[in-house]
Structures are given as structure tokens and as C-alpha cells.
Design a protein around this ligand. Sequence first.
Ligand SMILES: Cc1ncc(COP(=O)(O)O)c(C=O)c1O
Length: 437
Amino acid sequence: MSDHLFYQSAVKLPTIARAEGIYAWDTEGNRHIDACSGAIVAQLGHAHPAIRDAMLAQLDKVAFAYRTQFENQPALDLADKLIDLVGGRYDRVFFSGGGSESVESALKLARQYWFSMGEPQRSVFIARKPSYHGSTMGALAMTSYTPLTQPFQPMFQLYPKISSPTQYRVPAGKSAEQYALECADELDAAIREVGAHNVAAFIAEPIGGASTGAEVPHDAYFARVREICSRHGILLILDEVMTGVGRTGRWFGFQHWNVEADILCLAKGLGAGYYPTSAIVTRAELTDPVLASGGFQHGYTYAGNPLACATALAVIGVIEREQLVENAASTGAYLRGLLEELATRHHFIGDVRGRGFLLAMEYVADRETKAPFDSSLKFGEQVTRCAREHGVIIYPRKSLMGETGDHTLIAPPLITTRAQCDEIANRLDDAFRALAL
Ligand SMILES: Cc1ncc(COP(=O)(O)O)c(C=O)c1O
């Protein structure tokens, strides 16, 4: 085995041989259920024949064309399709490759918009804690997840961070709604503190991703956030990298509350693991002044290439034809019910949350107090390892600023059936029993 390759850790993993649907097989012949779509990416599962056909057809025509030299039809069609799907007042799309790139693009567009509007002092971006917006320096500066940010902090500006609205750890004596509104009002306070005229934008995930473990805000939250952004004249960026493209049982997370953002970030499910593809969706009102004052000073080599866009178009086509957004809503609710049943049997499951096929379980040392496990126990990793031994891949992270609070995301492909949900839940049940706490 080669020792040359490294990623985050030195843990040795099985080598994948092939994958189909929601299943993957390693080179030892073991079958794994992909119950987290990789990194919440593989919307259609693996080896979908329609995507293979679309990619091969595009490869036969042209794989790559550079955006400053050619337009290409798949990119034009994908932009039209995205505008159609998001609805509302959006009418401009900009392509990039991955989620971090889409967040960088949103930040830079917001910044350049203010610059071209003659308000160059607007350079403050407000984000939430905990949150995850990506690994590149701009996206990392928006992120609050201590192990990821701490080593690099001296390299970026420290911007104001407001509390992410948890519904699990609502402070005693407050209703979930009161607390959600208080969290939103922290935005108002942060804007006042730095001065609204210095603020470019606020960025948030509609439903929390890996950093909170699928925390769904109270219904009152985003209306208040939108009102605050509008009142102070700052832009609202919604990071839909994880929640977009059907994942939460709507095409986009913002549609749960019909909150209108100024910029949306999309990635992950857009290429669905078949090709890295990401986008921001916005309005001409923002892009016109930027283009009129010399152009958007930003771009990536692979942005909007024909193969990427043909892949994303095919992914969207399958989601529409196979009614996978509807499946994510209904079968996701069914899976959530099964996870809630597991929580009645396993005392360390403190919370089951999420929407559609973006679900999470948070594990606690004490259900009453919601006290997290001591981080030295690495409980989330233990659960994940045990689940893997029982043939299920799940996605562990920590809910309390990346330091403590173990959760795992359960986010299978949108094609997952009820029978497959039963299989996932039964295997998790066995894995939890084997943990023998
Ligand atoms: C909400 C959110 N934004 C941005 C990113 C970064 O995406 P990528 O890893 O494709 O750069 C992620 C990745 O998990 C994410 O969940």
C-alpha cells in the first residue's frame, strides 16, 4: 500500500472498487451503504446511467472550453435552468468548481458590488458561530469551527460572528421562537456595532450543515434576518452548498421560509459527485454595476466548462423526472421517524433533527442536561467506525464549535427508498447495540 497520499488524518480506509445506487463495494468485497452521500454530495447515488450517458455524449462533443474564448450551450442552458428553479427575482448565474469557490465568488461579488457603487468602506462580512462555509481563506474567514480556523486565523480578518439558532440547546426559560429571534437580533447588534455603512453582507446556511448537525432554525428566524438586512441595507448571502438541489425536500433550503437572498451559493448536489460544479445565483441589480465598472475581477479555470454544465443539467433532469425532491421530503421524513425510534432505544441519542434527507443525530452523555461526551472519548468517531463495521457510512462532526458535541449526519442519496431506510436504521441499531455503553 502506498504511503504517499495524505488528507486530514493518517487513518487507513478501505479502498473503493465500485459503487452503484446507494451502495459501494471495497476491494475486499465488503458492501457499504452510502448513508451520507459521500460528503452530502451524491444526490443520485452512484453510477446513474442517465448521467453516464450525458457525460459521454458531452465528452464526444467538447469537454473543455474556456469562458473568455467561447460560450458553450450547456453553460447557457444550465444558467437558464437554475434561474427557472430558484424563481423569485434572481436573473444572473456565475459558475465555479466547488463549494468553497462558490462562497469566495459570493463574497467577492458582494465586495465588488459595494466598491462599484461608490461605497468602498463596506468590507465587513458578518457570519454565524458555529458554521462551515469552506476551506479557502475567504470562506474560512466566514467559518466558525475552531479546529479548522484556529491555525489559520492570523492569516485572515476576524469578522463579527453571531450565534447560530439552535433549537436543541435553547437557554432555559426561553421559547424556541424567542431564542431564534434573539439570535437574529444579534445580527442587528453586530451591524450597529461596526456601523451599517461598513457592512457588505451577512452569510448563513439556511439549515445548518456539518458544523451544527442539520440544525433547522425556528420558522420565525429568517423573516427577522431578512428584515434586519433590508433595514440596514446590507446584502444577504445564503450558503446553499449543502442544502441546495433537493437535499432538504425542497429544491433549495430558502424555500422552506421563502426568504429572498441577494446571492445564493450552490455546489455539492449540483454535480452530484459526477463532476465538480458550483454556482452563485444573484440579480442583475448586483452584477450590472460591477460589469459596468470594469468587470468582475474573479474567476476559475474550470468555471462553466461544457462537461461540468452538461453533467449538472443531466443531474437536474433526473431529479425532476424521478421526482427526487418529493422523495427527499417524504422518504426523508420516514427515515427521520426511524431514527427517532432508535433514540427511544439508545439513551445516548440526545436529538434527531433535520429536513428531507439532511438529517442528524446528536449524541450526549446525559439526555436531561444535554451534556456532551468528553471530547477525549471521540464518541462521534466511535459511532462512525462502528456503523462502518455494520456496513453503513455516516458523517461525524462536532456541534459545539468543532470542539465537543458529537453528531453524525445521516444524509443518503435522494434516490433512497423506504426499504433502504429500514436497512440503514436496522444496521445503525445493531451498531449502537455493539457500542455497548
Ligand atoms: C455549507 C457549505 N459551504 C461550503 C462548503 C465547501 O464546499 P467544498 O468542500 O466543495 O469546497 C461546504 C462543504 O461541506 C458546506 O457544507
